[in-house]
Every structure is written in structure tokens, then in C-alpha cells.
Ligand binder design. Sequence first.
Ligand code: GRF
Length: 203
Amino acid sequence: RRLVVLISGSGSNLQALIDAAEHDELGGEIAAVVSNRGDAYGLVRARDAGIPAVVLPHHEYESREAFDAALVKVIDRHAPDLIALAGFMRILTPAFVNRYHGRLLNIHPSLLPDYRGLNTHRRVLADGEREHGASVHFVTDELDGGPLIVQAAVHVEDDDDAERLAARVLTREHLIYPMAVRWFMEGRLQLSHSGVRLDGQPL
Ligand code: GRF
């Protein structure tokens, strides 16, 4: 089974996936990494792991549709079973999302459906929440709104700032993302018209 990972930045979730693959705990291999930014540190992580890394600078495309069409070409060249968004900071067109329906995952730093969108850690602190976390979900054309697969919760501590909280949430992201990817790669996880199933049971 083959995975393509899309990134824009640090790529610590990518690293968690690379580490899992190297320990035979991903159910397959990472066929390629694609970034929309040439300065993403995740590209270094990919190259260090011997994984083909492709840069597609989004500002070189005249529209979202043109960028996504180029992205599809690169992805399909690697014939992945699954595509994982890992800190990929671009909104994808419905054409892209529909093309990969049921085989496109995202990780989001909040307990969805709460705190969709950006700056989740800052907003959680501003609201005085006591609990926060991360969610892995199938991607649909509703932003951060697709069917949930797995979540991990953390306590918000009194002395947390956004950086400390983000770091604590990231440690959980690094556990749940490789886990969800492995479920999919092993054929245990499906999205059907009736929802998400793990080992044939509704989640
Ligand atoms: C993570 O918090 C992820 O949930 C969000 O963007 C961040 C990416 O971090 N979508 P990294 O690039 O994987 O380190």
C-alpha cells in the first residue's frame, strides 16, 4: 500500500509517519511527499528518509483549480492508495476532494467539531476551555468538517500559552495520525455512505 503526504511546513506529523513506516507500523510505504512551499522543513525530513519530495509553489498557478490540477498530476504519478494532509495549509477545491473521496485524510488540532479553522490553540485559551486535542478525519468539501476517525484529548493547564498547548497537542497528533493511516492501509478503515467503519463496525 502506498501513501502520499501533503505538507506546507515543519512536517512533524510527516516525521511520525516516516518513523512508523520505518518500524513497519504504517501498513505500507510513503511513496512521495508534496509541499506547496519550497522552504518547508518537512522536505528535508522526506529527503533524509529517501522519499521523493516534490515542491509545487501555489503562487505559480493562476487559480486554485490550476494548482489542484497540477497537484492531482503529481499525486497520481505515485498511484497512492491514500493521501494524508499533514499541516497542508491550502484549501482544496471540490474537484480535488471529490476525486479522492474516501481516501483523503487530514489531522486538525482541535476536538472537532469544535474549533474548525486556524489558530485553534489561541482560541481555546481565549475561551477558557479546560480540554483540547486533535482529530483525524476523512476530508470532504466541508472545511474541517469531514467524518471523524479518531481523537485525542489533552488537559489545558493554568499556565499554558499557545506554544505549550500546541506542543502538547502535537505529541498526541504524532500518536493518532500514524494509527489512523495504518488502519486505512491495512484495509480496516472505510468511509461509506453510512459513515466511517473500523473493522466493519460503525465508529
Ligand atoms: C498540526 O498541528 C496539524 O494538526 C495542523 O498543522 C500542524 C502541522 O504541524 N493541520 P507539522 O507540520 O506536522 O509539524
